[in-house]
Ligand binder design. Structure first.
Ligand SMILES: Cc1ncc(COP(=O)(O)O)c(C=O)c1O
Length: 433
C-alpha cells in the first residue's frame, strides 16, 4: 500500500508516518479527528507537474483552489510559483490574500454573479467566460465602469473523460462551457468590444481522469477551434488552458496516468495542430488540483465503537461525511491504515462507519484490516483534495483542526472549531428568546 506513496512510511514503533511525522503522536497531540498534510509532497507534486511540460516552453500551472483552500497550502504553492484557478469571489479573496497578482489568476466558474464579474475586473484577473449571457453581462460592466478586462472562453469539447458522472464536465449535455456551434460567435462578439482583450481559450473535461485518450481527443478539438479562430476571425490567442483533472491512485489496483504520460500524449498533438494551422505557440495553462494536494493529506479518526451485527462488523470512529464526504458523495475509495498498528497483517473484514445519523455515512466498506480495538487511530489516505474543503458542521459537529508536516516537524494550520462556531453567525429574533 505504501510502495506508491513514498511520503508515507512505517516507523520503528510500527506507526504510520507522513512526511516523517508519527501520525499517532499527532493524533494524541492535536486530538481527533484531524487532517494532516505533507508540505514536501505538495511541492514535489507541483514540480513534477510543471517539469513534465517544461519541454514545451511557456507553461503555467494554475493550482485549482477548489481542491484545498487552506491558507498555508496556498502559500506553499504561491512560493513555488503556481498561479490560481479560481471559481468564486471567495477564492479570489484568498488568491489576493496570499499575494498573487491578477495576471496569475484565472477566474472560471459557470454562473458568476454581477458582483463577481465586477470584482474580477477590479482585480485584473483573466475572466474565463462560460456563456454568451455572461459575456453580455461583462460587457455591460466594463462599459459602465470604463474598465478593461482580459477574457477567455471555456469551451465544451464534448468528450467523455470516463470518470464518475458527477466528475465529468465536458460532456455534450454538461452545464459547463460553450459548445462549438456558437464558440466563434462568442469570440467575434467579444472582439467587437474594445474594452475586452480576448486572450485565451479553456477546457476542463472532468476530474479523477486515469487515461490519456480523453485529453487527446479534447486537445484535438480545442486546437481545431483555435485554428478556426485564426482562419475565420484572424485571432491568435496568447494561451490555451487545458484544465485539470489528472487522477491520483486511490488504490494499488486502480489505473492511473502521470503528468509525464499526459505530456507525452498531448504535446505532439499540439505541435501537429500548430503546424496545421500555422499558429504562433500559445502559452499552455494547466489547472491541476487533486494531483497536487490529493495524496499529500490524510484524515485521522479515533475508534470508539466496535459493533457486530449478524451481517457485518462495524468500526465506529469520530469522523463522518461531514469531514470527508467523498465516499458518501461519489462512492469513492480511500485506503485505510490503522496508524498505531501499521505493521500488523490484516486479520478481519470490517466496515468503517462515521458518527452521523445517516445510513450513507460509511467511510470505508468491507476492508481487510488488523484487528481493531477502541482507541485505535485510523488514517484515511489521499484525503488532501476535496476533503476538508468540503467539510460541514452537519449534526452540529464542529469542523476539525488541520496540521502541516514539514520534514518531520508538525505545525497547526487551522484550529478546530468549537461549539461557539456552530452559532457564530446566527441570530435569534428577540421575540423567540
Ligand atoms: C475548471 C476546473 N479546473 C480545474 C479543476 C481541478 O480538477 P482536479 O482537481 O481534478 O485537477 C476543476 C475541478 O473540477 C475545475 O472545475
Amino acid at each position: 500500500m505504501l510502495d506508491f506513496r513514498p511520503h508515507l512510511s512505517i516507523n520503528e514503533r510500527g506507526h504510520l508516518a507522513l512526511g516523517g511525522a508519527d501520525l499517532v503522536e499527532l493524533a494524541e497531540k492535536y486530538g481527533t479527528p484531524l487532517y494532516v498534510y505533507d508540505e514536501q509532497r505538495i511541492r514535489e507534486r507541483y514540480r513534477e507537474f510543471r517539469d513534465a511540460f517544461a519541454g514545451y516552453g511557456d507553461v503555467e500551472v494554475c493550482y485549482a483552489y477548489k481542491a484545498n483552500t487552506s491558507l498555508a497550502i496556498l502559500h506553499i504553492l504561491r512560493s513555488e510559483g503556481a498561479g490560481a484557478d479560481i471559481v468564486s469571489e471567495g477564492e479570489l479573496y484568498l488568491a489576493l490574500k496570499v499575494g498573487l497578482s491578477g495576471d496569475k489568476i484565472i477566474f472560471t466558474g459557470n454562473n458568476k454573479s454581477d458582483r463577481e464579474l465586477e470584482k474580477a475586473v477590479e482585480a485584473g484577473v483573466i475572466i474565463n467566460l462560460d456563456s454568451l449571457h455572461e459575456l453580455e453581462r461583462l460587457i455591460d460592466i466594463v462599459e459602465a465602469e470604463n474598465a478593461e478586462a482580459k477574457v477567455s472562453f471555456r469551451v465544451n469539447p464534448e468528450v467523455s473523460p470516463e470518470t464518475h458522472p458527477h466528475l465529468a464536465t465536458g460532456l455534450r449535455e454538461s452545464k459547463f462551457g460553450i459548445h462549438e456551434d456558437i464558440v466563434l460567435k462568442a469570440y467575434e462578439r467579444a472582439m467587437r468590444c474594445s474594452r475586452l482583450n480576448v486572450v485565451g481559450i479553456h477546457m476542463h473535461i472532468g476530474s479523477q481522469i486515469t487515461k490519456t485518450e480523453p485529453y487527446e481527443e479534447a486537445t484535438r478539438r480545442l486546437f481545431d477551434i483555435i485554428g478556426r479562430l485564426k482562419r475565420e476571425l484572424g485571432l491568435e490567442l496568447e494561451f490555451a488552458d487545458l484544465g485539470g483533472g489528472v487522477g491520483i491512485r486511490y488504490s494499488g489496483e486502480q489505473s492511473y496516468i502521470t503528468p509525464a504520460q499526459l505530456a507525452e500524449a498531448i504535446l505532439p498533438i499540439i505541435e501537429e495542430k500548430l503546424a496545421e494551422y500555422s499558429l504562433r505557440k500559445p502559452k499552455l495553462l494547466f489547472e491541476p488540483g487533486r494531483y497536487i494536494v490529493g495524496d499529500a493529506g490524510v484524515m485521522l479518526a479515533r475508534v470508539y465503537t466496535i459493533k457486530r451485527t449478524p451481517y457485518k462488523k462495524f468500526i465506529g470512529c469520530d469522523a463522518g461525511f461531514n469531514l470527508l464526504i467523498r465516499p458518501a458523495m461519489y462512492g469513492s475509495h480511500h485506503d485505510v491504515v490503522v496508524a498505531n498498528k501499521a505493521s500488523l497483517a490484516p486479520a478481519e473484514e470490517v466496515t468503517i462507519a462515521g458518527n452521523l445519523c445517516e445510513s450513507g455515512d460509511l467511510l470505508a466498506k468491507d476492508r481487510l484490516l488488523p484487528e481493531i480495538e477502541k482507541g485505535d487511530i485510523l488514517a484515511f489516505l489521499d484525503a488532501g483534495a476535496y476533503g476538508f474543503v468540503m467539510a460541514s458542521q452537519y449534526n452540529s459537529r464542529p469542523r476539525c483542526a488541520e496540521v502541516l508536516v514539514n520534514n518531520g516537524k508538525a505545525e497547526l494550520i487551522r484550529y478546530a472549531e468549537d461549539f461557539a462556531d456552530l452559532v457564530a453567525k446566527q441570530v435569534v429574533p428577540k421575540r423567540l428568546r
